[in-house]
Design a protein around this ligand. Structure first.
Ligand code: ADP
Ligand code: MG
Length: 281
């Protein structure tokens, strides 16, 4: 894999995302409450929490898809849907590795979709073409550039989806459980790749994942979200799950609860947090 050459804006310390006193309701019920979050350029942040804890809701609100009931989301100090922000935020959904099987599109064509704008719809410029080639290498799919994505493994498709997000000009990339269905080896190398992009290319990544072990090895800041933010701090200070369970009214199981979508052979790496009955509520 090659590292992506980008004009070095080393040590960007700028705040890219600010979430203030945010609460979001869905179908009349409160889902997240009093969320305060400040994310600087170059950070790689992992979000964990029980199913239904509001992680996807938070991401969708940052994207501007859901509206806050109270509080605000600002990206570069502007609203998520403002003209200056569009194109600066990328989204990699969980379903990326399960693209429909009837799509006849090669890896290169798919990644190219990430740079298409109104202006470049018919013809990509030289620079954009080079960028596409470079990203294909960055995500380690050089050998598969002209292979149809339907012929790739789940992990390779996920790399393609990440490539599509990276090839765009997005500075902030939001990933909602992007590793579901991806084998452990690919997961590890994707995590390393993403960590490198944050450190070296000043991309900012906020990732929801159940793979606590994988995240602990890579991200430098962790957030535990269960309606409110219960923990936000350096990964090294993230509490042990057993103490979280006591503190936050959850129980943890290791690899026990996996939906058919999440089945994987390496159960020990899949730690699923589930709502429990103990603790404060
Ligand atoms: N489209 C929706 N309409 C109403 N409620 C929803 C919708 N999607 C999710 N919810 C509810 O919002 C809560 C949080 O969901 P979600 O943000 O998807 O959690 P997570 O991603 O942490 O599993 C859940 O109680 C869920 O039932
Ligand atoms: Mg979710």
């Amino acid at each position: 894999m090659e590292t992506l050459q980008r004009s070095p804006i080393l040590n960007c310390q700028e705040e890219i995302l600010n979430v203030s006193a945010l609460s979001v309701f869905r179908s009349g019920s409160k889902v997240i409450e009093d969320i305060n979050l400040s994310v600087n350029c170059g950070e790689f942040i992992g979000i964990v929490g029980p199913n239904g804890g509001g992680k996807s809701t938070l991401i969708l609100t940052i994207l501007g898809v859901l509206k806050p009931k109270t509080g605000s989301v600002k990206i570069y100090d502007e609203s998520p849907l403002s003209k200056n922000v569009i194109g600066k935020v990328g989204w990699v959904p969980q379903t990326a590795s399960k693209l429909p099987t009837n799509v006849q599109i090669t890896v290169k064509e798919f990644i190219r979709l990430g740079v298409i704008t109104k202006r470049s719809f018919y013809q990509l410029g030289k620079q954009q073409k080079e960028k596409v080639e470079k990203i294909i290498k960055v995500v380690g799919l050089e050998e598969y550039a002209n292979t149809r994505i339907t012929h790739l493994s789940g992990g390779q498709r996920q790399r393609a989806a990440i490539g599509k997000a990276l090839v765009s000009d997005a500075d902030l990339i939001l990933m909602d459980e992007p590793m579901v269905g991806v084998d452990r080896e690919s997961r590890n190398s994707i995590m390393k790749l993403l960590g490198g992009l944050c450190h070296q290319q000043n991309k900012t990544i906020v990732m929801i994942s159940h793979d606590l072990a994988g995240m602990k090895q890579t991200v430098h800041r962790m957030i535990y979200l269960e309606e409110k933010i219960r923990f936000d701090g350096p990964t090294s200070e993230f509490p042990e799950l057993s103490s979280l369970a006591q503190l936050r009214g959850i129980e943890y199981t290791i690899g026990e609860i996996e939906t058919s979508e999440q089945k994987s052979s390496d159960n020990e790496a899949q730690i699923i947090l589930v709502p429990g009955s103990r603790g404060e509520k």
